[in-house]
Ligand binder design. Structure first.
Ligand code: GDP
Length: 545
């Protein structure tokens, strides 16, 4: 057990915060379902020494299903609802992998988790390239200038020509790719990669355990005797040709462009067979940014500032049926988080004693004594904290960059038991404050608890399912949803008469958010586009003003 903050001498504290923060690498994987995120995650843990035989992540997940009633929903749908954080050590670095739900259905949590990451790894299937979900998640990162790596997976089986694939991705996403590793094929068989930064060839030997153990590797320069004796002449000749093309076409690696989110270091590999996973991890820890200064009110918060700051990016209820409380996930931005410390919840000015910080490794709770910039800690919360809240020690900064994401689906929520309308409203109010639901009304001054049934909005269908589950299990308010058939929300600013006229037209619906801001929902994209073009007296925005 390490001493709480006040017992560390200031110089010692400052030094520890600086060195610990500098070795953190906090990232998320963005991908379309089936690209291999679970498999890659397992292999990263394998190389990080966190698991010895890959395959145990899935196995543990299955075992936990049996014991947790919150997870009933996951089990019924066979998907992962929650995001957790996996931490492992690699070559002196502490790597935090923020796990995001991987199913086609997802929720605002997926987006918000990206806000807590310092970089992202875009995982692509070598046959499919950029897919719909990849594109959506990429956009969130790109808008925020998050540095993005690219990992082209499944190279053990035939896919698109690598040069063609790079070209397609660049054209589709408007980002430049810079291959750090390049795949080596011998008669169409994936046998290794060339690392363009270390100028080393890595040849892999297919293991007997289907990738459950680290892969045996032969490493050396292109002309070294080990490589020449293990690789075929044809494969090396082809590699040389391609490397020349890349060198001429791409120039040197531009780190500034990478850090600005404009250039993506790219890797080729196979998560299934482990080929190329370690070369990726090795370069990743070197290239990925440590926690950077974060914009807050008035100022940037420097990660090595010894005063603790962090923000809540996710709140999760009922993770453990034995503890019916909630867990707020806090990304540490500066200073040291220590067991028992007092921090200010800046929104209310109240002091909170963080008596029971929790690490959120793989969803199992265990107490942690301390955490540093880049880490994520879970705080057991009885309803005090909200998404976006800043916690700070001895100062009043507020991190202002945790956006809400506009819902894509809207439904009216109806109590199945009319006697329980009150419970329903209480539940919705709390879920809305917590960031788990977005509530809207058809009347301008409506409040929960009166008037017509409220409308809820969600980013994905899954968010609705979680909402209904929680309304019933936590608030005793069974409810059902009636889809409105509208989406494509646009917040509107302009003369009231114009807004009401436009909002009452065919294929449009005028609603109000909980702060009373008007927005118009559209039946389809076409109706939205034509209205935006025609109605010049109104300003349409894709997020709340
Ligand atoms: P996720 O949905 O992105 O988490 O994908 P999974 O990791 O569950 O993988 C989806 C499917 O692709 C599974 O059948 C994996 O065995 C397979 N897969 C993952 N990585 C590779 C790979 O490198 N090569 C091949 N051939 N299959 C892979």
């Amino acid at each position: 057990m390490t001493a709480p903050t006040e017992l560390l001498a200031p110089a010692v504290l400052a030094e520890r915060v600086g060195t610990e923060g500098a070795r953190r690498r906090t990232f998320a994987i963005i991908s379309h379902p089936d690209a291999g995120k679970t498999t890659l995650t397992e292999k990263l843990l394998l190389y990080g020494g966190a698991i010895h035989l890959a395959g145990s992540v899935k196995a543990r997940r299955a075992a936990r299903h049996a014991t947790s009633d919150w997870m009933k929903l996951e089990q019924e749908r066979g998907i992962s609802v929650t995001s957790s954080v996996l931490q492992f050590d690699y070559e002196g670095f502490k790597v935090n992998l923020l796990d995001t739900p991987g199913h086609a259905d997802f929720s605002e949590d997926t987006y918000r988790t990206l806000i807590a990451a310092d970089s992202a790894v875009m995982l692509l299937d070598n046959r499919r390239g950029v897919e719909e979900r990849t594109r959506q998640l990429f956009e969130v990162c790109h808008k925020r200038r998050t540095p993005i790596f690219t990992f082209v997976n499944k190279c053990d089986r035939p896919g698109m020509d690598p040069l063609q694939l790079l070209d397609d991705v660049e054209r589709d996403l408007g980002i430049s790719l810079w291959p750090v590793t390049w795949p080596i094929f011998d008669m169409d068989r994936f046998v290794g990669v060339y690392d363009r930064l270390t100028k080393h060839v890595l040849l892999f030997e297919r293991g007997e355990h289907h990738g459950a153990e680290e892969v045996a590797t032969i490493e050396g320069g292109l002309d070294s005797p080990e490589i020449l004796s293990h690789a075929s002449e044809g494969a090396l000749a082809h590699l040389r040709e391609e490397l020349e093309l890349l060198d001429v076409g791409l120039g040197d690696f531009d780190r500034d462009a990478f850090v600005a989110g404009q250039l993506s270091p790219t890797f080729f590999g196979s998560a299934l067979t482990n080929f190329g996973v370690e070369p990726f991890l090795r370069e990743f820890v070197q290239l990925a940014p440590a926690p950077a200064p974060r914009p807050a009110t008035d100022d940037l918060v420097e990660p090595n500032d010894p005063r603790f700051t962090g923000f809540v990016f996710k709140i999760q209820a009922n993770m453990d049926p034995k503890h019916r409380d909630r867990m707020a996930f806090v990304r540490v931005c500066s200073g040291r988080y220590a067991a028992g410390m007092e921090v200010k919840l800046v929104r209310t000015g109240k002091t909170l004693r963080l008596a029971a910080p929790q690490s959120v490794m793989a969803r199992e709770r265990s107490a942690v004594d301390e955490a540093f910039p880049g880490d994520v800690v879970g705080i057991v919360d009885k309803g005090t904290l909200r998404i976006g809240d800043t916690l700070a020690e001895e100062r009043d900064v507020v991190f202002g960059d945790i956006p809400r994401f506009p819902p894509e689906h809207f439904s009216r929520v109806l109590a199945t038991d009319p006697m329980r309308r009150k419970q329903l409203d209480t539940g919705l109010k709390q879920l809305s404050e917590e960031g788990a639901a977005q509530v809207f009304f058809t009347e301008p001054d409506a409040k929960l608890g009166s008037g017509p049934s409220p409308i809820v909005g969600a980013v994905g269908q899954l968010q609705f399912d979680v909402m209904l589950f929680r309304l019933e299990s936590e608030y005793g308010a069974p409810a059902k949803l009636e889809s409105l058939g509208y989406g494509h929300p646009r917040w509107v600013v302009g003369p009231k008469a114009d807004i009401e006229r436009v909002g009452s037209g065919h294929g449009r619906l005028l609603v109000y958010d909980v702060k009373g801001n008007p927005l118009i929902l559209f039946a389809d994209r076409w109706a939205m586009r034509s209205t935006l073009d025609r109605e010049t007296a109104i300003e349409f925005r894709d997020s709340a003003p």
